[in-house]
Design a protein around this ligand. Sequence first.
Ligand SMILES: Cc1cc2nc3c(=O)[nH]c(=O)nc-3n(C[C@H](O)[C@H](O)[C@H](O)COP(=O)(O)O)c2cc1C
Length: 158
Amino acid sequence: MAMRIKLLVGTMTGTAELVAQEVQQTLQNDGHDAEVLMMDAVGVDVFARGGVFIVCTSTHGYGDIPDNAVEFFENLERRRPRLDSVTYGVIALGDGTYGENFCKAGDRFDELLSKLGARRAGKPLRHDANSGDVPEEVATQWVTQWVKDDLGPAGGAA
Ligand SMILES: Cc1cc2nc3c(=O)[nH]c(=O)nc-3n(C[C@H](O)[C@H](O)[C@H](O)COP(=O)(O)O)c2cc1C
């Protein structure tokens, strides 16, 4: 069944955007409708109609959310929309050498969306830049499994 999936991108140096574009291509090749949206180009109303989303974000500073995603994150925290009809997955990019701050921005989005009532499908993908794995390769493999095994036939969304 064809899904409609929006990828929300938080990035500092472009890797997460590239990953999201490759994931979009994979989804489109599989017959799904996928859209890449930079987080500084959307408001919290992107969730207003519910649906299926993938948060694709790196982490910067020491566990910080990328600059282009900060306002979106803070608006969600402040306005606290109910996200009961939202299903989401997480692609978190990070670097294992940051220890307890590894993929922290992805974790923070995950926690916040859950708190607002959204349902996470499957486990977050956590890519370690220190591992030598190519992020877009890992992510495109992950998303194929994610749609098949975790999303369910109706996308889990209302
Ligand atoms: C200055 C700097 C700070 C970083 N801080 C963290 C961090 O706290 N935690 C983490 O997991 N990764 C951290 N990283 C690694 C990035 O998240 C990782 O390289 C990611 O692939 C970059 O993606 P982007 O180009 O989309 O921003 C940091 C990278 C840089 C250059």
